[in-house]
Write a protein of this length. Sequence first.
Lengths: 584, 225
Amino acid sequence: MAQPAEEHGHSHDEHGAHDGHEHAHGDAHAHGHHEEGFIKKYLWSVDHKMIAKQYMFTGMAMGLIGGFFSYCFRMQMAYPGHNVPGYGVVSPNEYNSLVTNHGTIMIFWLAMPVLIAAFGNFLIPLMLGCDDMVFPRINRLSYQIFLLSALVLIVSWFVPGGGFGGAWTAYPPLSAKAQYNLTPLGSTLWVCAVALEFVAFLLGGINFVTTAMNSRAPGMKMFDMPIVIWMIVLASVLFMGSVGPLVAGAVMLVFDQTLGTGFFDPVRGGDPILWQHLFWFFGHPEVYVVLLPALGIVAEIMTVFSRKKLFAYRTVLYTAFGTTIISFFVWAHHQFVAGIDPRMANVFTATTVLISIPIAEMMFVYIATLYGGSIRLTTPMLWALGFIAEFLIGGVTGIFLGSSGSDIYFHDTYFVLAHFHYTFVPIAVISVFAGFTYWFPKMFGKMMNETLGKIHFWGTIIPFNGVFIPLFVTGMGGDHRRIYSYTNFPELNTPALNHMREFATISLLVLLAFQVVFFANLFISLWKGKPAGNNPWHANTLEWQTVSPPPHGNFAEMPTCYRGPYEYSVPGREEDFWPQSDAS
Amino acid sequence: MIERYIEQVSTYAADIDGLIMLIAVIVGFWFVLAETVFFGLIIAFREKKGVKAQYITGEEKHQKRWIGIPHELVLACDVLIIIAAVRVWVNVKQTIPPAQETVRIIGQQWAWSFVHPGPDGKLDTADDIKTVDELHVKVNTTYHFKLEARDVLHSFSVPVFRLKQDAIPGRVITGWFNAKKTGMHDIQCAEICGIGHGLMPGRIVIQTPEEYNAWQAAQAATASK
């Protein structure tokens, strides 16, 4: 493995804070015989597992902030103008900023870091049977830039004028001119934060792709890689392929904001619609950037807990390739009524509706995998199955929006909002909990509490539906998005619609309250969970064939791969699993 | 389905609701089927003592059929949906019937301005009637609207018409509608346009030709004073 010498032979004994400053200034000179200091171990680490945890917990912390924002604006929706406990009265500009930053956080600072960066970093070297990422220092830089981007975003909420409130899509001219958005600093910092976040993920993606291509254990062919690795690699490629135009757009937007250029200003020959094309050329593939890793996580968990081989491994891959390619040709379905040439809508309707083919096929494959299984409803399995059950709702409701004719009505209503929350919540919340509870024993060497895990599962999944099913209905009734208060609209300010808004908000409160169970479980399990052993789930993939948690370098003896990842319940074998590294 | 929640007031509202209904039936069928099979399998194949899971690769022809056949059926449904969607789209957005009346609609932070033709029946003449946040139209009349924006993007949305169109600074976008019932309904801005986005409610007033003419005369009289 291509690794600098500093990677090897570090002891992972207890740290001492006094070592910290000794190493902080120049780890390139550090030698293997030192104990690692606090800073070196936790903040300046090049170990992929530590970087994974950094991404995981930074993402979760940002997710908590995003959750708090949703609490604030949902309270405003249910009880307009009332004091929100823990926040105060939400003003219209604060409302816009809360909504904008909720969306921004949940996609860029929760879904991406946790699904791609955290699971990608943790799993790729372990599942491929190598000792670390190919470029560990680029990996460290990736997290540091990501952390910086998060700090820039947080700062943007506290500058004069407040945080940016022009929606996560940041359409100009609103986003481009301070005289329109009234957040001169907030909007520029917001764009900078997003651009920095992209840099972090480009660096991470280089590592993921290179490591998967070059550092697989001897014997592991491409089609022996676990699906989740494939999915993270594909997501990285998709991200790299789509983000370029948006980075260019972001630079133009910052220039429009700060230097007075007019790229998006019609008065000076610019075009606001240009931004929409650049944004959605990235923005729609981005959905699949986070969806694919989520599907990968679900595949790992479903095979292990149904003790089944994945149904048609190669079909899953081909559908993922298909999705990746088609996703580059659907972006303008976000712009049907945006003022594009109406004839163009017909093309994008066709491509968008057709993307249902690979996605539907993938869903069929996952469901077929259950057939003939021996299904164990552990907490990770409940989350994985919950993903399929809920994501199906997100999938089928998307058809209404991809069809131009019906999108005329649904565009920018709460129907859209409910639809994409039925995709993004399964992605960024349900699959994350699935992966976290599944790999927790490997990450920390302890088992999580199953009872608390199941309480948390049901306490999340039931109110989740309670939040968004009513919002489908208010959307059908004509509720538009990002409206501060419906009290000014006689047709929308009806008791029936108000009750639904209130029901959604109360469901959200229940959902948020149950997250306490998760954190309680997390800390109790870290503190006194049962020791996990190497392979508590009897899984095949390589990460389970080393100790928990794996040491620096991952494997005492580097593994050789003899077979695919899903050889469960093979006839003629006594055990119902057959590790990839098992020579017999 | 939609008409249960909100009235159909334009001539094309029923077409759009019909398309939504068609999609609902098709995807509803697949959704119910998929969830039924899914939960059925979970129940049928719960872990049983001494029973090992089956070894199924899914790579063989007779197994792949379980994916292949639904796959082709989904494709057929997709084609049906695309055709239906394009038909409605072409009817509402792509082909514009000849105008009987024309109004100008201007979005700005944070109000809607409307320019109605005066008694001479023409826009951009001295007797134009300008209003803020209230658009007056005649029932059963094909209107063209000329949609503009002064500052940022706005979106002109009349839910009872099932009509929505973004307004873009620097452009004039032409669209149409024909209201088939009299009454008063909400106009919303459907594109975030800054702090007052949620606070720019408009109203559309659909009147009989007699009522409309009376309103027009009253406006013209006030203007000439």
